[in-house]
Design a protein around this ligand. Structure first.
Ligand code: PLP
Length: 356
């Protein structure tokens, strides 16, 4: 008997999203219409910032964050060595240098004391990543850097996560979210910048629309087309309305995994008083490669955690990053969706026990 495959992720979309899409199709206004504003309003409610700017991807959000701050040639931005490469790519594409800083291989998060050591007179910002939905220790980070260095969040996978009660996305000068299908809320592709700063939000709005602002026939600063169409904004709105239940469902699945695995492998958690967003459930184990191959052979869609940026050709020879190397070699993402069942978790755990 062959078992059903277990998918790594599955977006939580259904009737409400179909109805929202149908409404936009019927309206004939597929982009630059009212759904964009409605989606942005729902985002400001969820994150608690004054502004949200919907964008075509998390990568676009990172790129515009750097551009909106006027960061470019000659500047440095500190990024974790273990992250999805878009974090570093966005910095380098602006002409600035992404300065890699090592991570703690247990939490997968950037180490604030190493951030402090990496600050130079050229440092304009730190782009901290709440990786897999685990909040960075924000106060520790704040004390690690001088005031003139901007603290930015790559909260791509951290919508709904909270640092000591404050939502991720509302901690930094600005934050970048992603709505890729492996994220907590998805629009297929999509992203956003959230901020309390009206000027930064206005700048991001201009940059996402070619640089066009109030005056429709002038461009003061060249921009791009990073807009998120109404069709996709409409898809996100019903999910934002039920965000709490999406988070609770993910928490439940993470709890099932932790109960069964915490004595066998390194299991993920958030710091005391924080709320994990559970964008991914990523364990640590010695025999990661064997486990990954074995699970896949059993029809279980596991995946590596993410990338050690220092191992990518574009970022070679930027120092030693033993924490990122260890995380890259040991991390294994297990299937996690709101619909993951306890039986599926049992099957994943049974398959895993052969490698611990
Ligand atoms: C930490 C992190 N930053 C940025 C991104 C980029 O987001 P997107 O895929 O929406 O461009 C991702 C996506 O996987 C991510 O995990």
């Amino acid at each position: 008997m062959t078992s059903e495959p277990i998918r790594l992720a599955r977006p939580d979309v259904g009737e409400a999203e179909l109805a929202a899409l149908a409404e936009v199709v019927a309206s004939g206004q597929l982009t630059m219409g009212p759904q964009v504003e409605a989606f942005e309003a729902a985002l400001t409610d969820a994150v608690g910032t004054a502004h949200a700017v919907a964008l075509s991807s998390g990568t676009a959000a990172l790129h515009l964050a750097i551009l909106a701050l006027g960061i470019g040639r000659g500047d440095e931005v500190i990024v974790p060595a273990y992250t999805f490469p878009a974090t570093a790519n966005a910095v380098e594409l602006s002409g600035a240098r992404a300065v890699l800083v090592d991570v703690d291989p247990e939490t997968f998060l950037v180490r604030p004391e190493l951030v402090a050591e990496a600050v130079t007179p050229r440092t304009r910002a730190v782009l901290a990543v709440h990786l897999f939905g685990r909040p960075v220790d924000w106060e520790e980070l704040q004390t690690a850097v001088p005031q003139e260095v901007a603290l930015l969040e790559d909260a791509a996978g951290a919508l709904g996560a909270r640092y000591r009660g404050t939502p991720c996305g509302a901690l930094g000068l600005l934050a970048c979210l992603s709505f890729h299908p492996r994220k907590i809320v998805t629009t297929g592709e999509g992203g956003a910048i959230t901020t309390d700063e009206a000027e930064l939000a206005a700048s991001a709005r201009r940059l996402r629309h070619h640089g066009l602002a109030g005056d429709p026939i002038d461009i003061a600063v060249p921009g791009l087309n990073y807009r998120l169409p109404d069709l996709l904004c409409a898809l996100g709105i019903p999910q934002l309305r039920r965000l709490e239940s999406l988070l609770t469902a993910r928490e439940r699945v993470a709890g099932w995994y932790t109960e069964r695995l915490e004595h066998l492998v390194g299991t993920p958690s958030a710091s005391e008083g924080d709320r994990h967003g559970w964008q991914a459930y990523v364990i640590r184990l010695e025999r990661r490669d064997e486990a990954l191959a074995g699970l896949r052979a059993d029809g279980i869609e596991a995946q590596i955690g993410t990338y050690a940026v220092n191992r990518l050709s574009a970022y070679r020879e930027r120092g030693d990053f033993p924490g990122a190397d260890e995380a890259f070699e040991r991390a294994l993402a297990l299937p996690l969706a709101t619909t993951t069942t306890e039986d599926e978790v049992d099957r994943v755990v049974r398959a895993l026990t052969r490698y611990v």
